[in-house]
Design a protein around this ligand. Structure first.
Ligand SMILES: Nc1ncnc2c1ncn2[C@@H]1O[C@H](COP(=O)(O)OP(=O)(O)OP(=O)(O)O)[C@@H](O)[C@H]1O
Ligand SMILES: [Mg+2]
Length: 353
């Protein structure tokens, strides 16, 4: 952005050199030989400094853009406020209660309609739903990126609006649908939520997220730069890094927003294996469009038009008509005989109607 200005300044340099230098020489204030060369050298240095400054400004600008995007996610300040008497728990077990929650964005269309759901500490709950059904919105109510218009979200029995905001957000680890990475080192990207993290802690969460192997293979390991002027990562690598970042505060609650959506089936397998270790002992809410990510969950919740339309285990939901079984058929999760008999009985049902 400052490039053209710098080029212009360099031209100006030459003009200054000729005019002012010429003036000094002609008025005998500067000896023609060495004096002019020293003067030219000074001007040269000056223009180098300006060039440095401008590239620094460019870097700062990029960092600011990156930081602003991250802060939008982390702060969402204009939406919610720190309570007057913030609740700071001594320990968090990770029980989640969503009670009668209605939510709409500014445009007035209800996105979540009367959602009620209790999740016990350490439970894994999966969410299935079509595009734009409000899955990400529901997750975003836990760390209070938004507050619902009606109803209440509680963690460990306390309304999240009573929680100290920093404690709340450190207790809820979040892996976004499209993880944001900073133009910084791998270590800094992982330590983002906990700048005091030690090198050992960073390595430990990387191991948990199955990211250590690929990190150690990069040129500078944990000091490898990412982003525009650094290394770019594959979708699976980004997800694992985002997972490591979410784990750095050792959160009792983990929110995974479609962590394998943009990933090929082979890498999906690796991510799911990594997740298995990472979610150990944490309450986990996982949004997924593939049943391979959902079938292991203790409970699966199906959202449709902002409402919970089905809940149960993988096997329970396969045994009843509904969205889950339809998706299972499309994704090849039912043996062909079962599909045939379901289609047969539906045809009979249709004929009777
Ligand atoms: N910040 C926002 N302001 C206004 N509307 C929004 C905002 N974020 C999401 N929406 C709308 O709310 C609805 C639910 O969005 P949400 O992202 O929660 O859906 P989703 O189930 O996560 O979808 P996807 O499967 O695409 O991730 C959508 O119609 C979306 O357009
Ligand atoms: Mg979403």
């Amino acid at each position: 952005r400052f490039g053209p200005t710098v080029q212009f300044l360099t031209q100006v340099n030459l003009v200054i050199l000729l005019l002012y230098g010429g003036h000094l020489v002609s008025t005998d204030q500067l000896p023609l030989g060495t004096g002019l060369i020293v003067f030219a050298g000074l001007l040269q240095q000056f223009s180098n400094q300006v060039a440095n400054l401008s590239s620094l400004a460019g870097t700062i600008q990029q960092s600011l853009t990156g930081a602003r995007r991250v802060l939008e996610v982390l702060d969402a300040e204009e939406e919610v406020a720190q309570p007057a008497k913030p609740w700071i728990p001594t320990s968090v077990t990770g029980k989640v209660e969503i009670q009668g929650v209605w939510f709409e964005y500014d445009n007035g269309t209800p996105i979540l309609r009367d959602i009620t759901l209790t999740i016990e500490p350490g439970q894994r709950v999966g969410f299935l739903g079509g595009v734009g059904e409000g899955k990400s919105t529901l997750l975003s109510l836990l760390p209070r990126f938004y507050d619902p218009q009606c109803g209440v979200v509680k963690i460990d029995g306390v309304d999240v609006r009573q929680w100290d905001l920093t404690t709340l957000r450190r207790s809820v680890g979040l892996v976004l649908q499209e993880p944001l990475l900073l133009s910084n080192t791998i270590a800094a990207n992982i330590a983002f939520g906990n700048p005091n993290a030690t090198a050992d802690q960073i390595r430990e969460v990387a191991r948990m997220a199955a990211a250590d192997a690929f990190i150690e293979q990069t040129v500078d390991g944990y000091e490898t730069m990412l982003g525009q002027f650094g290394m770019s990562l594959s979708g699976g690598q980004r997800q694992r890094l985002a997972l490591a970042r979410a784990l750095i505060t050792n959160p009792p609650i983990l929110l995974l927003d479609d962590p394998v959506s943009a990933i090929d089936p082979e890498t999906e397998h690796e991510i799911l294996a990594a997740l298995k270790t990472a979610i150990q002992g944490r309450t986990t809410l996982i949004v997924a469009s593939r049943l391979s990510s959902l079938r292991q969950c203790d409970k699966i919740v199906v959202l449709n038009a902002g409402e919970i339309v089905q809940q149960g285990t993988h096997d329970e939901l396969l045994g009843q008509p509904g969205i889950y079984r339809d998706v299972a058929i499309v994704q090849g999760f039912l043996p062909q005989e079962s599909v045939d008999s379901i289609q047969e009985s539906e045809r009979l049902g249709g004929a009777r109607r």
